[in-house]
Design a protein around this ligand. Structure first.
Ligand SMILES: [Zn+2]
Length: 148
C-alpha cells in the first residue's frame, strides 16, 4: 500500500492538475497565421470577384470556394515593389502584399480567376497591333457562328 500511495496525487496536486487540463482545453491559443486570411482580405479589397468574368471569390454563403484559385494581378510594379520570388512562402508574400493592396486597391491591382489571369499574362506580352487583330479575329469568329 505504501508504494502505491507514492504514485497517488494528494488532494491539492490533483486539483492543480485538473485545473491545468481544463485550462488547456478551454483557453484557446492564438490562431496560427494563415496565408488564405491575407488572400481573403485582398480579394475583398478588390471587389470580391474576378475583374473579367465576375466569378465571385466566395460562395453566396460566404465560404471559400474549393478549387477556385484567384490571383492578385499587378497592373504595374513600383520601383521598390517586391515580387513573390523575394519570399520563401506564400504566407510571407501575401502578408507583405496585403497592406499594399489595401491602400492602392484597383489603382494598382485587380483580382483575377485562374483562367483569366493566364489570358492576361499571355496577352499582356503581345504588341497592341497583334492584340487588335486578335480582337478582330474573335469578333469575326462569333459573327461566323462559332461554337461559343
Ligand atoms: Zn475570370
Amino acid at each position: 500500500m505504501e508504494t502505491r500511495a507514492a504514485y497517488t496525487l494528494k488532494g491539492g496536486e490533483y486539483q492543480n492538475l485538473a485545473y491545468e487540463m481544463a485550462k488547456s482545453r478551454f483557453i484557446k491559443k492564438p490562431r496560427r497565421e494563415r496565408a488564405r486570411d491575407y488572400m481573403d482580405q485582398m480579394a475583398e479589397d478588390l471587389g470580391g470577384a474576378c475583374y473579367i468574368c465576375k466569378e465571385p471569390y466566395k460562395t453566396s454563403k460566404g465560404k471559400r470556394r474549393p478549387g477556385m484559385a484567384f490571383t492578385i494581378h499587378h497592373l504595374y510594379y513600383k520601383a521598390d515593389d517586391k515580387t513573390w520570388k523575394d519570399f520563401n512562402t506564400r504566407l510571407q508574400y501575401w502578408k507583405y502584399l496585403q497592406p499594399l493592396v489595401h491602400v492602392e486597391k484597383e489603382d494598382q491591382f485587380i483580382l483575377l480567376c485562374r483562367s483569366h489571369h493566364k489570358a492576361v499574362e499571355i496577352m499582356a506580352r503581345w504588341s497592341r497591333a497583334n492584340f487588335g487583330r486578335l480582337y478582330n479575329a474573335v469578333e469575326l469568329t462569333r459573327k461566323g457562328g462559332g461554337s461559343g
